[in-house]
Design a protein around this ligand. Structure first.
Ligand SMILES: CC(C)(COP(=O)(O)OP(=O)(O)OC[C@H]1O[C@@H](n2cnc3c(N)ncnc32)[C@H](O)[C@@H]1OP(=O)(O)O)[C@@H](O)C(=O)NCCC(=O)NCCS
Length: 294
């Protein structure tokens, strides 16, 4: 395929995801996932029924997560089309591919719009493991009593080539053992994060990144920003760095002009859910995450 043909296909896939989204994802991230992981690595599921597209999904097969899980990540889905047999075929394809990688199991998350997939998964022996919460906050200016006074040797900076390795280390160590997170290797992390439209912020202690904050637009027209990730190095557990990272994220969103915020978090990630609830985030939607051992 020519690069122009490829571009047109990506645009068509992204337009479909925009029109039939299954979860909060900004177009830039969707573009990166579809292009870099889906198309370039041959991990794209692009399903049509009588010429009409009804599902776009990407298989993440070699990420670092506690369950050794590959994830079938459905980005766009039009519920009125597609038969259970077609969905079952897509899952079977993902299983076959994941089996060839080092994955020990396959995870599929089902937001409400993807409910037709649930009986298909249950029939194939998938079990509900945890829930993925979409949480919202109706403002981005936190009350003063949540302000954090940082030690004088710590300071926020933009993520850059100079600190990306340490940022990856902080991110990887923070998210180890956390449900619902796929930690990319350094190369993948670097190529995504350095190109992010909103530059992530890192909290530095000298050269060492000790906390991380990343935001993006979720829906710019509606003024809704998204907290994509907050994390602190586990050496600094409960030292208010997570709270400082969330404050930094909200501050960045406020500077962008956002008036509300949303995020996704696994229901069993008690520290993060506790942090978000402390700031007033409320659950608006629940997706169920199913898993099957391969
Ligand atoms: C979530 C996370 C950022 C919290 O960071 P932290 O620096 O350890 O926590 P803080 O000291 O800032 O705590 C702030 C609030 O978070 C909540 N919290 C933090 N740890 C908690 C825990 N173990 N259990 C329940 N609530 C917790 C509390 O509400 C706490 O306020 P309090 O101390 O007044 O009760 C941290 O656990 C982390 O990096 N986890 C891995 C990455 C992750 O899951 N990120 C969120 C998803 S994007």
């Amino acid at each position: 395929m020519t690069s122009t043909g490829q571009d047109q296909r990506i645009v068509a896939l992204l337009d479909f995801i925009d029109q039939h989204p299954t979860r909060p994802i900004d177009r830039q991230s969707a573009s990166w996932v579809v292009d870099q992981i889906g198309l370039s690595q041959g991990n794209l599921v692009d399903l049509t029924d009588c010429g009409q597209r009804f599902m776009v999904a990407v298989l993440f097969e070699s990420m670092d997560n506690p369950a050794g899980a590959a994830e079938l990540f459905v980005l766009g889905y039009r519920p009125s089309l597609g038969t259970p047999e077609q969905l079952a075929e897509a899952v079977a394809w993902a299983e076959t591919k994941a089996t060839r990688s080092s994955a020990r199991c396959l995870e599929v998350s089902i937001p409400p719009v993807l409910m037709p997939l649930e009986p298909v998964l249950r029939t194939q022996g998938y079990q509900l493991m945890y829930r993925l919460l979409t949480m919202h906050l109706g403002h981005v200016a936190p009350p003063n009593d949540l302000a954090v006074e940082l030690p004088s040797d710590l300071g926020w900076a933009n993520l850059s080539e100079d600190n990306v390795r340490s940022a990856h280390d902080c991110y990887r160590r923070a998210f180890a053992g956390t449900s619902g997170t796929q930690v990319p290797d350094l190369e993948l992390f670097r190529s995504t994060i350095l190109k992010a439209e909103q530059t992530p912020r890192v909290l530095l202690s000298g050269d060492r990144v000790v906390a991380f904050s990343r935001v993006a637009w979720h829906d710019e027209q509606a003024g809704r920003g998204e907290i994509r990730a907050v994390a602190r190095d586990p050496d600094f557990d409960r030292a208010r760095l997570g709270q400082a990272a969330l404050l930094e994220g909200l501050r960045t969103l406020e500077q962008l002009g956002a008036t509300s915020a949303c995020l996704e978090v696994a229901s069993d990630n008690e520290p993060a859910v506790g942090l978000y609830e402390k700031f007033g985030f409320q659950t608006q939607e629940v997706a169920e995450v199913f898993r099957r051992t391969l």
